[in-house]
Design a protein around this ligand. Structure first.
Ligand SMILES: *Cc1c(COP(=O)(O)O)cnc(C)c1O
Length: 347
């Protein structure tokens, strides 16, 4: 599967009109910028920033937890979570292709002395209960202490079903483990499954949500969980250098994202479906689509493909499998232009 790293040519002037590399490329809209400019701020390390406090309260309620913590990135959010859940010599069981294992520079091991035990990820993006049970260690001085299961949703755009999540969390709980949900794109998962986000988060002890992906904020994630957990995560955030001061200008963007950009995610999913059908119609092989993502295996050299698309204002990341991500800055006209560019390049 593709990595997140952009492999194609970067847009020459950062002015690519249709950037499909990720949903992290969105620009803050005028309304979001106005909310940022108007934000009341204070020193958040003192707990004094009203906009941060408002975002954390709103996020906690939205996600169905007593408290939430505003952090600088999804990676920092997961790392704070792991440091708050586990001590040195303790172990996290995690999907081998999940972000926490594959894409976070093993931060929990480097900085927390935490062992990461990867297990296979099934085709639907979920984890098999038996695979979890198999690696949970008995209490034996030879082994790390199994403490936490990390699940992810969505996984490569795929929304893992509630049932599938429940099987995994039950396997972990049966052995006394806690469960953390890396819900970077949790709102996409909820939209794709047609459920409220709490239907997913109710299954887990803690959750991380990115505000800077499909939701369109420039910076930030929310980590939510019980009060004592958030107190430990706040300490971890400070230790990691993530205590920030007048962060309300960023929190205001996050609050705007949560109040304006959640309901529209289904539009991204619908456009991804349209794009996938269009590519299939053009004879592209191995096209798959899930939530806001389309994947395909290009028959031509991916670098050439991305270069030819770039001359038409379309930026993609060319790898062995190409990932196209729909987001709020690709509207219907943008989608039409993207499809025209593919028509020309693949003709
Ligand atoms: C993007 C992502 C993260 C990390 O978020 P950053 O803000 O890029 O650090 C974590 N988990 C998943 C599943 C992601 O997609």
């Amino acid at each position: 599967m593709p990595s997140y790293a952009p492999r194609g040519p970067a847009p020459a002037n950062n002015q690519a009109r249709f950037d499909l590399r990720s949903d992290t490329v969105t620009q803050p809209c005028a309304g979001m910028r106005a909310a940022m400019a108007a934000a009341e701020v204070g020193d958040d390390v003192y707990g004094d920033d009203p906009s941060v406090n408002q975002l954390e309260a709103y996020g906690a309620e939205l996600l169905g937890f007593p408290e939430a913590l505003f952090v600088t990135s999804g990676t920092q959010s997961n790392l704070c979570a792991l440091l708050a859940h586990c001590g040195r010599g303790e172990e996290v069981i995690v999907g081998a292709k999940y972000h926490i294992f594959a894409d976070e520079a093993a931060g929990a091991s480097v900085l927390g002395g935490i062992a990461l035990q990867p297990i296979p990820v099934a085709d639907d993006g979920g984890l098999e209960a038996a695979a979890i049970t198999d690696v949970i260690k008995e209490d034996d001085p030879h082994y790390p202490i199994s403490r936490l299961l990390c699940i992810e949703n969505t996984v490569w755009g795929r929304a893992v079903s509630l049932k599938r999540m429940a099987q995994a969390t039950a396997a972990a709980r049966a052995a006394g483990l806690c469960v953390h949900l890396d819900g970077a794109r949790l709102m996409n998962a909820a939209a794709a499954l047609g459920v409220a986000p709490q239907a997913l988060t109710a299954q887990t002890d803690t959750v991380s949500l990115c505000l800077s992906k499909g939701l369109g904020a420039p910076v930030g994630s929310l980590l939510a969980g019980p009060k004592a957990f958030i107190a430990r995560a706040r300490r971890a955030r400070k230790m990691l250098g993530g205590g920030t001061r007048q962060a309300g200008v960023l929190a205001a963007a996050g609050l705007y994202a949560l109040t304006h950009n959640v309901d529209r995610l289904i539009q991204d999913h619908a456009r991804a479906e349209t794009l996938a059908a269009h590519l299939t119609g053009l004879g592209v092989r191995h096209v798959t689509q899930a939530s806001n993502m389309v994947f395909f295996g290009p028959d031509q050299d991916p670098v050439t493909l991305s270069q030819e698309l770039a001359t038409r204002g379309v930026t993609i990341s060319g790898a062995a499998t190409t990932r196209l991500v729909l987001h709020k800055d690709i509207d219907d006209a943008g989608l039409a232009a993207v499809m025209t560019a593919f028509d020309e390049v693949l003709a």
